[in-house]
Design a binder for this molecule. Structure first.
Ligand code: GSH
Length: 259
């Protein structure tokens, strides 16, 4: 039974999962859509990625990676040893929550029909992302991959940093030389090349993409970061007009249900 991945080339979470599947050399089909209504499997948060493996549907990228490791143990994404596993999860979670919050909130202004970006938000993004990049620089100064061997932490960080750079949240050559070295090495790998090609293809067909620019997925950590920086940008109105989306519309559905 082959795997299907519900995917969009712009989502860092989809890109992480795709890179992990390619790292494991697994056969898979891409179901590409930017419109959650077209997903062939139900994710109550109306989010991608979603992995379909026969009758099994897995949502949420760290859960997908953990599933892949159990189903296809070769070329593991997580170490078996407990402390090392906790360390990889810590870094992956930092990418999925903290880094994603900054990059996606800024990215929402590029893709969604929102009021003008509040003054100072870009500076706050640069300040906060700098702290994450400094930690990463310390880590990568003495190694090739974030937690030793390549794995979930690398595939989680790479797409966010690449997207951040396209949004003017760049690494600094003097401050983060080893993160830049690692980015270059990740991009040169087959998984990085496939990721780059997918992003280029998406952009070259921008006019035909089915992105809904009216509805925004703020997500928990993104909202937290926005509010921590004192910006509510009329969220109440956005929710009232159903411009924000999430699981609330179909509360009774279970994760992982086939449509
Ligand atoms: N925690 C989820 C986050 C997934 C997520 O936020 N996906 C976004 C794209 S980055 C999404 O599907 N948003 C709805 C949309 O783009 O239509 C994961 O790790 O998979």
């Amino acid at each position: 039974m082959s795997l299907s991945l519900c995917y969009t080339a712009l989502s860092p979470f989809c890109r992480k999962v795709r890179m992990a599947i390619e790292y494991k050399s697994l056969a898979f089909t891409l179901v590409q859509t930017d419109d959650p209504k077209k997903l062939p499997a139900w994710n109550p948060r109306a989010e991608v990625p979603v992995l379909i493996d026969g009758d099994t549907v897995v949502c949420n990228s760290p859960d997908i990676l953990a599933y892949l490791d159990r189903r296809f143990p070769e070329r593991p994404l997580y170490p078996a040893e407990a402390r090392s596993y906790a360390e990889v999860r810590d870094w992956e979670r930092t990418a999925d929550t903290h880094l994603d919050a900054i990059v996606t909130v800024i990215g929402n202004w590029k893709f969604a029909n929102l009021p003008p970006m509040p003054a100072g938000l870009m500076d706050a993004a640069r300040r906060d992302i700098g702290v994450v990049y400094d930690r990463l620089q310390q880590k990568l100064a003495s190694r090739d991959f974030i937690c030793g061997g390549i794995g979930a932490a690398d595939f989680a960080f790479y797409p966010h940093i690449a997207s951040g750079s396209a949004l003017d949240l760049k690494l600094e050559l003097r401050r983060h030389p080893d993160v830049l070295r690692w980015m270059k090495a990740m991009r040169a790998r087959p998984e990085g090349q496939a990721d780059l090609a997918a992003a280029r293809e998406w952009w070259s067909n921008r006019d035909q993409q089915d992105v809904d620019t009216e509805r925004v997925n703020w997500g928990t950590f993104r909202l937290e970061w926005l509010l921590a920086n004192g910006r509510a940008i009329g969220l109440r109105t956005q929710f009232a007009r159903a411009k924000c989306f999430g699981p609330w519309a179909r509360r009774t559905m279970r994760y992982g249900t086939r449509v």
